[in-house]
Design a protein around this ligand. Structure first.
Ligand SMILES: *[C@@H]1O[C@H](CO)[C@@H](O)[C@H](O)[C@H]1NC(C)=O
Ligand SMILES: *[C@@H]1O[C@H](CO)[C@@H](O)[C@H](O)[C@H]1NC(C)=O
Ligand SMILES: *[C@@H]1O[C@H](CO)[C@@H](O)[C@H](O)[C@H]1NC(C)=O
Ligand SMILES: *[C@@H]1O[C@H](CO)[C@@H](O)[C@H](O)[C@H]1NC(C)=O
Ligand SMILES: *[C@@H]1O[C@H](CO)[C@@H](O)[C@H](O)[C@H]1NC(C)=O
Ligand SMILES: *[C@@H]1O[C@H](CO)[C@@H](O)[C@H](O)[C@H]1NC(C)=O
Length: 489
């Protein structure tokens, strides 16, 4: 089988080489392609892009290693301003560490009681290991920011291992041994109390999560294990408790390490009869890619953490093709939004004093450097704002990736990624939208960071495209190895 396949492939390549000029393109040669968007075919509602200041990293963004107050503000503005980075999700870590320990997030319950009867002496320090300041400053630049409060572990007393670290289970879920009481209600109340403290600060928590990577534990930092059955046992307590206190809050499940791992948890949760006890399926992109729709019963899904992990700081757009480059992130996001109906994408840290590659912005004392990953986020989310709806879009070329989003006010964002090493001349037809008159292009490549790059008037097409109601049409160029977002207004 294998040798036959190789012969066939070789024959095809030889035939192609003699019959067409595919090997002779020059960097200035232009190919053409067509893009069609159908605004009448609607998919998921978008939440946006984001990042986190967990594990005390928010303190670095707010001066602990020398970033001056004016640069603290500027870095946060670069990330969250609608006209710069365009982010809108802040993922905060609901700390489980008693007291202040460098690199950990302090718990609102420093003295864990001996039994679930209490006493629960909650403490709010108006700081939350610098996450309150991160959230407040993000909200200053994006008043609609979506706050995701997520616990890595329950307080130690509520778990089978007795500590916040080293995994273990919430006491009260099936399979949790070494427990003398059921702590599920106590843990639910504790999570709600955290939301209440943010409410007292005037901040609405949009999404509440009880887990971080429950498939990847035990580990030596704050961590807790759960499969889908165990998640059912806890979420059936958390869900009504949280909704009673905050009717508008959404509940997350379950921040698994990869899309496949998340699917398994969701499947078991459903088997256990718990599919109604969450609102948003949350997953990380570390161990597996999204690839296809989630089994979330029609509920939205959100990628809530990912970064290079072990690499050196990489600020490039497209130099080596390494996974942390901005161009690659543009493609990861495309795949998640289009193939898995993902509503948003959250980078791991926002800003960190480091030589590594876990943050969107690298800090070095009072200096800061922006990675091109942020420009990939911005190319989507400066134009497809929170609340926009993804609509059908396709391109005639395999290496030209397109998605499209209709904003609440009727403006349309069409981000196009050209993976070829040559430019494409494109005809873009948008059916189902007649209420726009110009298309403004924003270019991101090795030399441009979401830079305005031309504006054309669109032609109105009567009954054109795939919609009965007509649409608009325009011509444009998409540069090689670039992302170009067309904003129709
Ligand atoms: C918040 O707490 C951290 C220690 O966790 C401290 O370094 C920082 O100065 C505090 N920030 C404010 C605004 O009080
Ligand atoms: C059982 O719980 C106790 C008390 O919380 C703890 O000290 C111990 O390490 C736990 N044992 C195991 C095997 O987790
Ligand atoms: C829930 O959201 C609605 C619509 O945004 C708002 O009018 C209402 O005040 C919110 N309710 C609470 C309890 O926050
Ligand atoms: C901050 O970054 C600099 C340069 O990368 C490094 O030398 C220093 O150790 C870092 N400081 C802290 C506290 O992380
Ligand atoms: C684009 O951003 C990078 C940092 O990501 C910066 O070094 C570069 O100067 C910027 N280029 C332009 C044209 O603004
Ligand atoms: C419509 O919404 C987009 C995205 O929020 C915004 O950039 C644009 O200015 C708005 N346009 C109008 C005409 O309100």
């Amino acid at each position: 089988m294998k040798s036959v396949t190789i012969v066939v492939v070789a024959a095809t390549v030889a035939a192609t080489a003699t019959t067409c000029s595919a090997w002779s393109y020059t960097p200035s040669m232009t190919y053409s392609a067509s893009i069609s968007v159908n605004a009448l075919q609607k998919y998921q509602t978008m939440i946006g892009g984001g990042c986190s200041g967990a594990f005390g990293i928010a303190c670095q963004q707010f001066g602990s290693v020398g970033l001056s107050p004016s640069n603290q503000d500027l870095v946060t503005q670069i990330l969250f301003d609608e006209n710069i980075g365009g982010l809108s999700i802040v993922r905060n870590d609901i700390g489980s560490t008693p007291g202040i320990v460098a690199g950990d997030v302090s718990s609102i319950l420093p003295d864990c009681p001996p039994t679930p009867e209490g006493p629960f002496n909650y403490v709010w320090d108006g700081n939350d290991t610098c996450q309150l300041q991160l959230t407040q400053t993000a909200l200053k630049y994006n008043p609609n920011a979506y706050v995701y409060a997520d616990a890595w572990s329950a307080p130690g007393c509520m778990k089978s291992v007795g500590t916040e670290d080293n995994g273990g289970f919430i006491c009260g879920v099936r399979g949790a041994s070494n427990c003398s009481a059921d702590w599920r209600q106590a843990y639910a109340d504790y999570l709600v109390q955290y939301v209440r403290y943010y409410e007292q600060e005037g901040i609405e928590v949009s999404l509440l999560g009880a887990y971080n990577e429950p498939d990847f534990n035990p580990v030596t930092y704050a961590s807790m294990e759960s499969d889908g059955y165990q998640a059912k046992d806890f979420l059936e307590v958390l869900y009504p408790t949280a909704k009673a206190a905050f009717p508008n809050i959404s509940i997350a499940c379950c921040d698994a390490t990869g899309a496949r791992q998340e699917r398994n948890i969701l499947y078991e949760l459903d088997q256990a009869g718990g599919s109604e006890f969450f609102d948003v399926a949350t997953w990380h992109n570390y161990q597996s890619n999204p690839e296809r729709p989630f089994n979330s019963g029609g509920k939205p899904n959100l990628m809530t953490e990912w970064a290079d992990g072990t690499g050196k700081w990489n600020s490039y757009w497209d130099v080596t093709g390494q996974l942390a480059e901005g161009f690659q992130w543009a493609l990861y996001m495309h795949n998640a939004f289009v193939n898995s109906d993902t509503s948003g994408y959250t980078h791991w840290w926002c800003a960190q004093n480091t030589t590594g590659d876990n943050a969107l912005v690298r800090l070095e004392y009072d200096a800061y450097y922006v990675s091109a990953r942020l420009w990939a986020f911005a190319s989507y989310f400066r134009f497809a704002r929170p609340g926009s709806v993804r609509v059908e879009a396709s391109s005639s070329a395999e290496n030209l990736y397109v998605s499209a989003y209709v904003n609440a006010n009727g403006t349309v964002a069409v981000p196009v990624i050209n993976e070829a090493h040559f430019a494409y001349a494109v005809t873009i037809e948008v059916a189902g939208v007649t209420d726009v008159s110009v298309a403004t292009a924003y270019l991101t490549d090795n030399n441009h960071n979401v830079t305005m790059a031309g504006q054309v008037e669109v032609d109105v097409v009567v009954g054109g495209g795939s919609g009965e109601s007509g649409g608009v049409k325009f011509e444009a160029t998409v540069e090689p190895r670039a992302m170009k977002t067309f904003f129709l207004s």
